[in-house]
Ligand binder design. Structure first.
Ligand SMILES: Nc1nc2c(c(=O)[nH]1)N[C@H]1C(S)=C(S)[C@@H](COP(=O)(O)OP(=O)(O)OC[C@H]3O[C@@H](n4cnc5c(=O)[nH]c(N)nc54)[C@H](O)[C@@H]3O)O[C@H]1N2
Ligand SMILES: Nc1nc2c(c(=O)[nH]1)N[C@H]1C(S)=C(S)[C@@H](COP(=O)(O)OP(=O)(O)OC[C@H]3O[C@@H](n4cnc5c(=O)[nH]c(N)nc54)[C@H](O)[C@@H]3O)O[C@H]1N2
Ligand SMILES: [Mo]
Length: 716
């Protein structure tokens, strides 16, 4: 999030696209509904379903799954055509506007209607509503990302906010609601296949940086790899790890994966679940570290499964980072019960037995405080260095002194600081950055310009025009020595830059000059490292509109996409919709979490949502001779199927089927209840939606496309 949940109280309008915050982020609603009441802020909800959030909103826009980029570029076009764009903001702080506007001009209201199903007049009306209620707070969530063009869709959201001039402003921003309570923290630590902690890319320089932080010899690190080139090669992603076990797809230099650790992973969160199950069975070792036996524990029918019961968050302590980039310290409530160990203890025992403890525990005597300190010292890119445990704990002890509207402490020990030291928190004197890219405050007081990355100048391929990437003269944070754009800081300590200078002198020097360590640049409408430099619509891989595939085709197939061949073009079969006429989309319920291992093992929550179902429009059901409450089969183009209860509801239209993805413990009509360790079975089981979510992955991130597949349904 560029802003914070609390700051959403200042919005003059909202647009939620692919977010059902009323169920997935219920706490945020207190701030959103405050703005609705106090500021009269309209709430636009863009979703294929009339959700609980839509029920609280003012304007519901029903959209065909996977077509959000077309709608956004249509809004951008309508804003520009009607002269509602923020020309001064664009002139001084945005790059690539002209080239982007040319692409957007193809998304006329009529074209958008054809692609998305949203009436042309609605496109213009929503654009006007946002233009006349500034600033708009824009929120997206998984409905915007789980598509083969998810990365383009998210870019289009940012472009709309740039064009409206809503960035760096209280009440505005792109407010992407994050997943689990510490998903922002987990992302920041980059538990991912393509990066080192704190977004340091896979390069020799990054490895050397972290080796210095860990106090590990770089050459020793190199010696751990079979060949050096693998250090900087992307790994398998969680979305397709099982391909590395099965070896049935084309894989870059295949050596089978034989062992797997699932550490806090629900497993039925993976699409293509029948293939996942085959991979689980083929593994020589499956280790599950979780407070509950997950779906994998029941689905894997070989004898090579080990479950290490780990403690819950209440039985340990540590820092967590919330969706608003705020860091909090979680205190231990009780010692671990039932003979469990916490995650730190389990990690340490594994590292000990693997023989690396002498290398990796040099700076860590006391967990988790020392871990937070070490990570903070290295995570300069996002300014975790200013938030050591004692500062975070002080905020927790003084939380009542912080203002609910601004997050700033009014007096007391934390006077002038922002709650949770929202990152970047550049130094141990810095108050945190409550709103990213807000040039109205000095950097030392939480202000920031846009970051300078990817050079100082760019010549665009399409137009041949060259553009300065730095902010225009006159755009700077108060007190800045340079009164306009500037590059990132480097060579303050020779041979280092602000990201790699562990003495932190570079960062301090920048702040002394009233400047941002990462420079003062323009936000880009064009991402030249993406296959579509400006977002465009491409039909979902499995599209219900064969007529649109020719006009908006998917990408070429990608060999070695995170090590494995990822099919695009060869998967986009225009005849598929004939056999699989319904669009299948999935999502969440407020009562359950992720794969549901925790919540289906909770008596109360299990009672509130005891059964797997599919939302079916009554007209669809009636036409197929299915009755409300009857069992149906849902089949995927891959040939897998689930047996679930039909729930008739007008939430979905006649072409769409929705399923929650929290159920597990069954597989294609078969109960796996007997496979759980005795006495630890969940209270309720059901078919995992991910047995039938379709093949499909984002072109950049490889996130699974679990929101826009096709299916057919029949009476069971
Ligand atoms: N109670 C509860 N809360 C949770 C979670 C949970 O499991 N349970 N999970 C957490 C996690 S990990 C995350 S990532 C977040 C996710 O939070 P959300 O993304 O808000 O949750 P979802 O229900 O997955 O998806 C949101 C909406 O996207 C819609 N949608 C589907 N396809 C499309 C599309 O193509 N376009 C548009 N515009 N909308 C579409 C769905 O109908 C759904 O209403 O929630 C977090 N909070
Ligand atoms: N069809 C479909 N599939 C999806 C999605 C969708 O919208 N539709 N959403 C995707 C998204 S956004 C996400 S984030 C994933 C989520 O997918 P997962 O992360 O696999 O799902 P969770 O069930 O949230 O997994 C968390 C596990 O961690 C365990 N756990 C809880 N606390 C602790 C702890 O302190 N330590 C340890 N070691 N374990 C703990 C829980 O018991 C649980 O088993 O699902 C993805 N899959
Ligand atoms: Mo998530």
């Amino acid at each position: 999030m560029t802003n914070s949940l609390n700051d959403m109280r200042h919005a003059k309008s909202f647009i939620f696209i692919g977010s059902n915050a009323a169920e997935a982020h219920p706490v945020s609603l207190q701030h959103i509904l405050h703005a609705k009441e106090v500021n009269n802020a309209p709430i636009v909800v863009v979703d294929p379903r009339f959700t609980k959030l839509a029920a609280k909103g003012t304007d519901f826009v029903r959209i065909r799954p996977g077509t959000d980029a077309a709608f956004m570029m249509g809004l951008v076009n309508a804003v520009i055509e009607n002269d509602w764009h923020d020309k001064e903001f664009i002139r001084t702080r945005v790059s690539g506007f002209a080239e982007m506007a040319e692409v957007a001009s193809h998304y006329t209201p009529e074209t958008v209607e054809d692609i998305t199903g949203i009436p042309a007049a609605e496109v213009t009306r929503i654009a006007e509503l946002l233009a006349t209620h500034r600033p708009t707070s824009l929120t997206w969530c998984m409905g915007g990302t789980q598509h083969h063009i998810g990365s383009s869709i998210t870019r289009s959201f940012c472009i709309l906010q740039l064009v409206l001039g809503n960035m760096g402003k209280s009440g505005g921003g792109t407010n992407i609601f994050r997943g689990h309570d510490n998903v922002q923290g987990a992302t920041d630590m980059c538990v991912l296949s393509h990066s080192l902690p704190a977004y340091y890319g896979l390069s020799d320089g990054s490895w050397k940086h972290w080796c210095r932080v860990w106090d590990v010899d770089y050459e020793w690190m190199v010696s751990r790899f079979k060949e050096k080139k693998w250090m900087n090669a992307k790994g398998f992603t969680l979305a397709r790890w099982y391909e590395g076990v099965l070896g049935e797809e084309e894989i870059d230099q295949y050596t089978p994966i034989k062992a797997m650790i699932q550490w806090g992973c629900g497993s039925n969160s993976n699409s293509q679940y029948t293939r996942v199950k085959r991979a689980l069975d083929k593994l020589e070792l499956l280790l599950i570290i979780d407070p509950f036996p997950t779906m994998a524990a029941a689905a894997c029918e070989s004898d090579n499964v080990y479950i290490l019961p780990c403690s819950s968050q209440y039985e340990t302590s540590g820092s967590v980072t919330s969706t608003s980039r705020q860091i909090q310290w979680r205190d231990k409530v009780i010692d671990p019960i039932h003979g469990c160990k916490d995650d730190y203890q389990i990690m340490k025992e594994i590292v000990n037995r693997l023989g690396f403890a002498d290398k990796f525990y040099k700076n860590i005597k006391q967990s988790p405080e020392d871990i937070s300190l070490e990570l903070g010292r290295g995570s300069l890119t996002i300014g975790y260095n200013g938030s050591p445990p004692e500062r975070i704990k002080r905020h927790m002890a003084n939380w009542h002194t912080f203002d609910i509207d601004t997050l700033e402490a009014k007096g007391g020990e934390c006077d002038g600081e922002y709650y949770g030291l929202p990152w970047p928190c550049w130094t141990t004197e810095h108050p945190g950055t409550p709103i990213l890219y807000d040039v109205s405050k000095p950097v030392a007081k939480g202000g920031l310009p846009f970051r300078n990355r990817f050079g100082l100048e760019k010549t665009y391929d399409a137009s041949g025009r060259t553009e300065n990437q730095l902010a225009a003269d006159g755009v700077y944070t108060p007190g800045s020595e340079v009164e306009g754009g500037y590059a990132e800081f480097k060579d303050v300590v020779p041979g280092t830059n602000w990201k790699t200078d562990l003495s932190q002198e570079t960062i301090k020097e920048a702040i002394r000059k009233g400047m941002a360590p990462f420079g003062n640049a323009r936000a880009r409408c064009i991402v030249w490292t993406f296959p579509d430099q400006v977002p465009i619509h491409r039909e979902p891989l499995h599209s219900p509109r064969p007529d649109l595939i020719a006009r908006y085709p998917t990408y070429e197939d990608q060999p070695n996409h995170f090590r494995v061949l990822t099919r695009f073009k060869s998967e986009q079969d225009p005849t598929l919709a004939k056999k699989f006429p319904f669009v299948l989309t999935t999502g969440r319920q407020v009562e359950h979490m992720g794969g549901g291992a925790e919540t289906r093992s909770n008596k109360y929550l299990a009672e509130l949502q005891p059964e797997m179902y599919a939302e079916v429009n009554p007209r669809t059901g009636n036409n197929l001779g299915i009755r409300d409450g009857e069992m149906i089969w849902i089949e995927s183009p891959e040939g897998s199927k689930v047996k679930v209860k039909a729930w008739f509801t007008e939430r979905v239209d006649e072409t769409t089927i929705f399923m929650p993805y929290h159920f597990g413990g069954m597989l294609e009509g078969r109960s796996l209840m007997d496979n759980y360790p005795k006495g630890h079975e969940p209270y309720v089981i059901g078919e995992p939606a991910n047995v039938v979510t379709n093949y499909g992955y984002d072109i950049v991130t490889q996130i699974q496309a679990t929101k826009d597949g096709l299916c057919k349904i029949s009476k069971a």
